[in-house]
Ligand binder design. Structure first.
Ligand code: HEM
Length: 457
């Protein structure tokens, strides 16, 4: 029996050893094949004589590449540690393999600038497939060329108009006052929830002129369900209740505008897009893009306001002078970077970006680079008194896809902070920033508030 068991365990050990050896050799072979495949495909694409220089780096494991390490760093307090480690070895621009694609990671402001400035002949936006399947196919984030420029131009000039800025200022004041009027002394207020609520109302007014009421309430519910679905399971935008409600609103507006021919200046984004003469802007396209605009408006802007309150809570000196917003954008990195895909071999600053590869312009490493920003991890809004906002500062991206909502984001945040700081004193409870998958406060930024009284500092 003993012998048998020894034999059994021996043969099991041998079989296991063989399996392990086989498994490891397969992995090594696959890895070699992986490397050869990308090196050879890139060299075959290159026709010019100078030596190809795909940036240094490693593609990691077959299929998964370096995605797991990237994600585990992204969840930590220092998401940029993934980049830092590779920057030290390979330099500011290196190759990797994340989210299923060979990728050039740029933490170099100049290389990122060139990528962002390029048109769709060289680079187009690239998002993981799981995400693109969720977006409507006419989403501005997915369309390229003329159609992207058209929609971007229409939205951008409307958001810049003084008419809209005046309206946003009034609406912000109205909704901020309405929310703050309900706050009681010593009450615990969750800044992230409050700012989301305020920003949603202001945004929906700017997008489609809905005032608080039943329609706004039901749209809010649909939007919340939509966001919850987006986070928890793969959903398809055209199938959602939110999409159907928006289509109904837009269709009704379309019918009305054809009855009463277009008069006066547009009052909201739906008007701007409906009034466009080009026939490309269908009800489906407008619905897709209204959803695109609702997400950053409801997410990035409130997060900017919340982070500003967080940094102000930690820095009473800045609070007195109320100068925070650029520094919050630099440190908060609400959008860490953007992804593009090369449509042809592109050479920039001595690097080759092969056709079909992705480029990840990682703003966070630039914004937290000690060589560019002295004591970069320190919140110091005064640095902006002496600094220019050049290509080292890109919280809103750049080039053809520069965020059209940037003025809106700053305006809304300034108004919120003004009211918060002048009307309340507060004590922030413990909380911390979560960086992945989106930037937010773990406990929704709880603060205990006390209304300022006349003559009491
Ligand atoms: C703190 C707030 C915000 C931040 C940090 C932010 C950041 C960005 C960044 C980095 C991009 C570039 C994406 C790329 O190049 O692929 C972008 C694009 C965009 N943003 Fe924002 N954004 C903010 C607020 C807003 C708001 C309020 C709106 C509108 C309501 C908005 C609408 C858009 C749209 C439509 C695009 C796509 C432009 C295009 O592809 O042509 N954003 N944003």
């Amino acid at each position: 029996m003993d012998n048998l068991s020894i034999q059994f365990s021996c043969s099991t050990t041998i079989t296991l050893t063989t399996a392990v050896v086989l498994f490891l050799s397969t992995i090594v072979l696959l890895k070699k094949y992986w490397k050869r495949r990308y090196w050879s495909s890139s060299s075959s694409n290159t026709t010019t004589s100078p030596p190809i220089s795909i940036p240094l780096g490693t593609l990691g494991w077959p299929f998964i590449g370096e995605t797991i390490e990237f994600i585990s760093c992204a969840y930590s307090d220092r998401p940029e540690s993934f980049m830092d480690k590779r920057r030290r070895v390979y330099g500011k621009v290196f190759k990797s393999h994340i989210f299923g694609s060979p990728t050039i990671v740029s933490t170099d402001a100049e290389v990122s600038r060139v990528v962002l400035q390029s048109d769709s002949k060289n680079f187009i936006p690239s998002y993981p497939r799981s995400l693109t399947e969720l977006m409507g196919k006419s989403s501005i984030l997915l369309v390229n060329g003329n159609l992207q420029r058209r929609v971007h131009g229409l939205i951008g000039s409307f958001f810049k108009s003084s008419h809209l800025k005046a309206q946003i200022t009034l609406d912000m004041q109205k909704y901020v006052q309405k929310s703050m009027a309900l706050w009681r002394d010593d009450q615990l207020i969750y800044i992230q929830d409050e700012t989301k609520n305020i920003a949603f109302h202001v945004l929906v007014k700017a997008l489609m002129t809905l005032d608080p009421g039943r329609e706004m309430q039901s749209l809010k519910q649909n939007f919340q369900q939509f966001i919850a679905g987006l986070m928890s399971m793969p959903i398809n935008i055209p199938g959602t209740q939110l999409y159907r409600s928006l289509q109904a609103i837009i269709q009704e507006r379309m019918n009305k505008s054809s009855e009463s021919s277009k008069a006066g200046s547009p009052k909201d984004v739906v008007d701007v897009l409906l009034n466009d003469a080009s026939e490309q802007l269908t009800v489906d396209l407008i619905s897709d893009n209204i959803i695109d605009l609702m997400i950053p408006g409801e997410d990035s802007v409130p997060v900017l306001m919340t982070l500003a309150v967080k940094y102000l809570s930690d820095c009473p000196r800045a609070l007195h002078q109320l100068m925070v917003i650029s520094e919050t954008l630099r440190m908060g990195n609400i959008i860490v970077g953007v992804m593009r895909k090369a449509m042809r071999d592109v050479e920039t600053r001595g690097y080759l970006i092969p056709k079909g590869w992705c480029v990840f312009t990682y703003f966070r490493s630039v914004h937290l680079d000690d060589n560019l920003y002295e004591r970069s991890y320190q919140f110091c809004p005064w640095r902006w008194q002496e600094m220019e906002m050049g290509s080292n500062f890109t919280p809103f991206g750049g080039g053809q896809r520069l965020c059209p909502g940037l003025d809106l984001a700053r305006l809304e945040t300034t108004i919120f902070l003004h009211h918060f700081v002048t009307q309340f004193r507060w004590v922030a409870e413990d909380d911390h920033i979560v960086n992945f998958p989106t930037v937010r406060m773990k406990r929704r930024m709880p603060v205990r508030v006390k209304r300022r009284r006349e003559g009491v500092p």
